[in-house]
Write a protein that binds this ligand. Structure first.
Ligand code: AVI
Length: 335
């Protein structure tokens, strides 16, 4: 099929080096998580089509302050951010996990306004999302040069390192760092650092520690959207791995631990039951009220973020806050 000439170029990086497909990897990860004594499922599997729609809804909930706060941070500080990005001349703006980029568009408009010399490289695992984003940018900000990359973050950074020598500003917005365990965050930031040079920058969204009641409500909303988002993981396993979870026999439970600064989400089995996951070759037994952990969302304070950055070869340049200091976008430079 011929590519319509109006479409922005899109780079599709091959998904897996070992030749396995997405279903095989999903089945493997589900079997591994559900075979442990304390059952877990990786939160990255929340985001199939239905899960991504539910997450879009979560971001508009009155209780889910994170998105609105980060929007405020970007809106109120866009001039200063863009000035700091543009100090070293031409750069590639690399947006890890770009999705629909509705927050990044605040920066893209400002970059255009200030006539900065840059191109925009959104990176996302979803080809559909990257196609839609390329098309929407062509309509809304036709002057921005866009080269969307479909692939995993590190594949994309590696590709960029091999193909684009110029300065890089990496965006990792939306508190995605919070879904990693500490060791994973260190590994992730060190990998990003390994693809950067002195003069490059990283802008990272961080959800800050605050009143535990505010955090708890954000992950246990009154309308039950977060519950549906969590339970969708079982629907997804049923759909993709030929399983027979009775989803009504599970409930969403979320707790915040203020000592560790972590929000933990679970699916709790309401009865003793057995589930067959055919494509994983697995039968799983659940005791009544046994919990299966699905997500961690870590909350930080700035000294912790400073320490994390230093361990990974970054130095804080500026911390941008919202008016209530609930959320921060931290601008790092390579140290
Ligand atoms: C994507 N991530 C930053 C969200 C969070 O806040 O941890 C995912 C989420 N889980 C429940 N609500 C939102």
């Amino acid at each position: 099929m011929e590519t319509p000439s109006t479409l922005t170029p899109m780079i599709e990086l091959s998904r897996r080096q070992d030749g396995s497909n997405d279903t095989t990897a999903f089945a493997h990860d589900v079997a591994e998580g559900l075979s442990q004594r304390q059952k877990t499922l990786p939160s990255r599997y929340f985001y199939d089509g239905a899960g991504s729609k539910l997450f879009q809804q979560i971001m508009t909930l009155p209780e889910y302050y994170l998105t609105r706060c980060e929007q405020e941070v970007l809106q109120e500080n866009k001039e200063a951010m863009v000035r700091q990005f543009s100090q070293g001349g031409l750069f590639h703006l690399i947006d890890l996990g770009a999705g629909d980029a509705f927050k990044t568009k605040i920066l893209l408009s400002e970059l255009s306004e200030q006539q900065s010399a840059f191109d925009y490289v959104p990176v996302d695992i979803s080809g559909d999302a990257m196609q839609e984003l390329s098309e929407s940018l062509q309509k809304e900000l036709p002057q921005v040069k866009v080269e969307a990359v479909v692939g995993e973050y590190f594949q994309a950074l590696k590709w960029l390192q091999e193909n684009k020598a110029e300065r890089k500003v990496v965006l990792f917005l939306g508190s995605n760092i919070g879904n990693f365990e500490t060791a994973e965050s260190i590994g992730f930031l060190r990998s990003i650092r390994s693809y950067l040079q002195p003069g490059d920058q990283l802008l990272m969204g961080v959800d800050l520690r605050k009143n535990p009641d505010v955090i708890l409500k954000a992950y246990d909303d009154a309308a039950g959207v977060t519950a549906a988002f969590n339970l969708n993981l079982l629907h997804r396993i049923n759909r993709e791995l030929d399983a027979d979870f009775d989803v009504n026999q599970f409930c969403h439970h979320a707790i915040y631990n203020p000592l560790e600064g972590v929000m933990r989400s679970f699916l709790v089995s309401k009865s003793e039951q057995e589930v067959h996951i055919r494509k994983a070759g697995l039968t799983v037994h659940f005791d009544a009220w046994e919990a299966l952990q699905t997500e961690n969302s870590y909350k930080y304070n700035i000294p912790q973020i400073d320490e994390l950055g230093k361990e990974c070869g970054f130095e804080i340049e500026t911390v941008f806050y919202d008016s209530q200091k609930r959320f921060a976008d931290v601008l790092f430079k390579v140290s």
